[in-house]
Design a protein around this ligand. Structure first.
Ligand code: NAP
Length: 470
């Protein structure tokens, strides 16, 4: 596919191969964009910003609604694209398409709810004759950068609210999965989005990232990805707004009073969804001692039933990791934990990019598996005595995106809600639970700001105060 600059499809002599992670076959190519392409895209986006800012809201709404309809018509093609350039199975990919359509639809709905309020100017002495209000104004050009693991819906989470709020966008999708983003761009343009509002520039982050991030014409960087790139981007960005949706190593607490079957089912799915390449994937499970053995045995038994293989086969439960390098890294972390005294209960091996779903126990705190983000299909089980002890361990990391607790006791639930250091806490669901309208984001190294359309719209617009001196 070509890339999109100011709504136009642009090719280049130099291209990047997009590979199927299952067998390394070439799915398509995309242009290797340059800093100059970013510069052109930003120049056009300045005009695009004025166009969208001045566009009546009902028109933005109808473009977004029409986009959702076109996506619905292309449901299966979009799902196949996700499951061919990326790691997800076709069943997982279909769910992502459904969510992306929902994200764009909610963006259309929220466009009509970007409200301000009247202000009591006369509450300040000397301001008796003033009346006024504030309304929310688009921030300008938004630079958006997205990761590979939800290549369609996370792009929708940037483009939907950015357009709904009256901004223009220059998006750089992950180099390994650019096709889903370009296909969403195609839907938006066919739905009537004025071209100047949207650019999707393909190319390597380390080559074109700085040109996008550091440009003073960009008023906000909305980034989703890893901590390392996030920290670099924060330093490069200078004086502009920053939204950071970063990683985590999410903890789940299983109390002895919970429905164990429900907890096992939910945690297995939460650990191995998208091959564990999921920012809210279950990585650490703390289980109360008297149900530890029962939980572990059922969890391992359930995990062993997982069928790994080709993503497009309808009966595959878990596809390949995104690259062989990533698969090797995951096994390296497992080996490191083993050398430090951990046990592998099932899995721990790989063939090419296919990593078996892996369950570990006795993982010591100095192992990377315990304290860093694995971003792969590996989950560790830990026994505990008291809830306070479990919460302390759950909080003892640098991340804090989602946490979860399984319990039937309200007091346990509210203790966890109060004390767990996270951006969202699920009670009787694994950390992997998310719907697209909720405020989503983390604390500590997991990020800054919130997505979830209505909340992204707050970040992507600013209040403008209006005051009349009568
Ligand atoms: P990544 O390596 O950080 O890459 C993310 C994006 O940043 C890619 O488009 C990448 O481009 C770009 N990038 C890399 N270096 C850059 C630079 N110097 N300047 C500008 N852009 C740069 O992350 P990933 O491996 O794709 O995704 C996995 C990470 O994302 C995990 O840590 C996961 O937890 C996190 N994530 C967070 C959320 C959330 O909502 N909190 C959701 C999903 C994923 P290239 O592809 O060209 O390198």
């Amino acid at each position: 596919m070509k890339m999109i600059i100011g709504g136009k499809w642009v090719g280049k002599d130099e291209t990047i191969d997009v590979l199927n992670p299952y067998d390394g076959s070439v799915v398509d190519t995309v242009p290797r964009g340059s800093a100059e392409d970013i510069d052109n895209a930003i120049a056009i986006a300045q005009k695009g910003y004025e166009i969208n800012r001045d566009m009546p809201v009902h028109k933005r709404i109808s473009i977004l609604k029409r986009t959702a309809e076109i996506m619905q018509e292309r449901y299966e093609d979009l799902a196949k694209t996700i499951a061919t350039e990326g790691s997800k199975t076709i069943r997982e990919a279909r769910k992502e398409v459904g969510r992306a359509i929902n994200t764009i639809t909610i963006s259309a709905e929220e466009a009509r709810r970007i409200n301000g309020e009247t202000l009591p100017f006369d509450s300040a002495e000397g301001s008796e004759n003033r009346v006024g209000y504030y309304y929310r104004f688009p921030i300008g050009i938004i630079g958006a950068i997205t990761p590979f693991n939800d290549p369609l819906n996370l792009v929708a989470h940037k483009l939907g609210p950015a357009i709904a709020g009256g901004n223009s966008v220059v998006l750089k999708p992950a180099t390994v999965t650019p096709l889903s983003a370009l296909k969403l761009g195609e839907c938006l343009l066919e739905a009537g989005l004025p071209g100047e509002i949207l650019s999707i520039v393909t190319g390597y982050g380390h080559e074109i990232g700085d040109a996008l991030v550091a440009d003073p014409r960009i008023r906000m960087i909305s980034f989703t990805g890893g901590v390392e790139a996030g920290e670099r981007i924060s330093k490069m960005a200078g004086l502009k707004k920053i939204g950071m949706e970063l990683g985590s190593n999410s903890p789940v607490i299983v109390m002895d009073d919970c429905d164990l079957e429900q907890a096992v089912e939910s945690c297995v799915s939460g650990a191995f969804w998208a091959v564990g390449q999921n920012c809210i994937g279950v990585q650490r499970i703390y289980i109360q001692k008297n149900v530890y053995d029962a939980f572990r045995d059922r969890f391992v038994e359930r995990t062993k039933k997982y069928k790994t293989g080709f993503q497009l086969d309808e009966d595959t439960d878990m596809g390949p990791m995104i690259t062989e390098g990533e698969a090797k890294r995951v096994i390296e972390w497992v080996e490191e934990a083993k050398n430090l005294g951990a046990s592998v209960l099932t899995g721990g091996t790989r063939q090419g990019t296919l990593v078996q779903p892996t369950v570990m126990e006795k993982v010591p705190s100095q192992a990377r598996l315990d304290c860093q983000e694995i971003f792969g299909p590996v989950v560790s089980l830990y026994p505990f005595d008291t809830l306070d002890e479990a919460i302390e361990k759950a909080n003892g990391v640098e991340y804090g995106l989602h946490g979860a607790i399984f319990t039937k006791d309200l007091n346990n639930a509210f203790t966890a809600i109060k004390k767990m250091d996270v951006g969202g806490i699920m009670v009787n669901d694994s950390t992997d639970y998310r719907v697209d309208l909720m405020p989503f984001g983390g604390v500590k190294k997991s990020g800054l700001g919130r997505e979830g359309i209505r909340y992204a719209l707050q970040e992507m617009t600013e209040p403008k105060v209006v005051c009349f001196n009568l």
